[in-house]
Design a protein around this ligand. Structure first.
Ligand SMILES: [Mn+2]
Length: 232
């Protein structure tokens, strides 16, 4: 079975583990996490730590993990520097990340050793921007935010990271006409209308599975094989 989840945003790790145990997730299954494990909630790095040793789990990069990578220098010394100790470009990167919920992640680093932090950052660095998979004869393209600057003939490797990390689709967005489905998170479905609050959106050409954990909703796991939903 193939499972997808996105935008956990530091959701309590014990609840996540419990739900996957309940589903019966095992080595024969696969899990793709469509980015934004970290920030806003405090368990983001614990989610990364949980994903890391699992060979059947793939983390796809989210814009929040990309912001962490831009600020990785913060964790390279003996202590995390204060914002006023930084020069202007670094100070700006820090401010952007911190004001987007990264402050919680920075504060949470104290619970890990320097080498744990190093390995977690290395793991995030290796996260791909997209993944193409096939389940039950249907092709799926997984990215964090859909495809910005979409053009039907444009090969996936030609998209800029920004287009895969920060894109905001609209309800009228149509992607491929060949049956391929684009699955993403990043845009909480409530932003498409209050009637979508807390539930994923399925259209003919895309699926948005960010049901708004960053806004206090329970995240959802989608099983692609039968489209079954499991709320954490
Ligand atoms: Mn995002």
């Amino acid at each position: 079975m193939v499972y997808l989840v996105s935008d956990l945003h530091g959701y309590p790790i014990e609840d996540i583990k419990k739900k996957f145990a309940e589903i019966g997730f095992c080595e024969k299954d696969r899990l793709y996490v469509l980015g934004d494990c970290i920030d806003r909630g405090k368990d983001g790095m614990n989610i990364i730590k949980w994903l890391m040793p699992q060979p059947n789990v793939t983390l796809i990069l989210g814009n929040h993990e990309a912001m962490l990578l831009k600020n990785r220098f913060l964790f390279e010394g003996d202590r995390i520097p204060g914002v006023l100790e930084l020069h202007s470009e670094a100070r700006n990167n820090y401010a952007v990340w911190a004001s987007n919920g990264g402050d919680v992640t920075i504060d949470s680093m104290g619970q890990f050793t320097a080498s744990q932090i190093k390995y977690m950052i290395k793991y995030i660095e290796r996260a791909p921007l997209y993944k193409e998979i096939e389940v039950g004869g249907v092709k799926y393209l997984l990215t964090h935010s859909g495809l910005g600057g979409f053009s039907v003939d444009k090969p996936i490797e030609d998209y800029m990271p920004y287009d895969l990390l920060w894109n905001r689709p609209s309800l009228n967005t149509r992607y491929y006409e060949d049956g391929r489905i684009v699955v993403f998170g990043h845009t909480p479905t409530v932003l498409f209308g209050s009637e979508y609050s807390g539930r994923p959106i399925f259209t003919e050409t895309w699926i948005d599975i960010d049901v708004g954990a960053a806004m206090g909703k329970r995240p959802v796991i989608l099983r692609l094989d039968d489209k079954k939903l499991f709320y954490i």
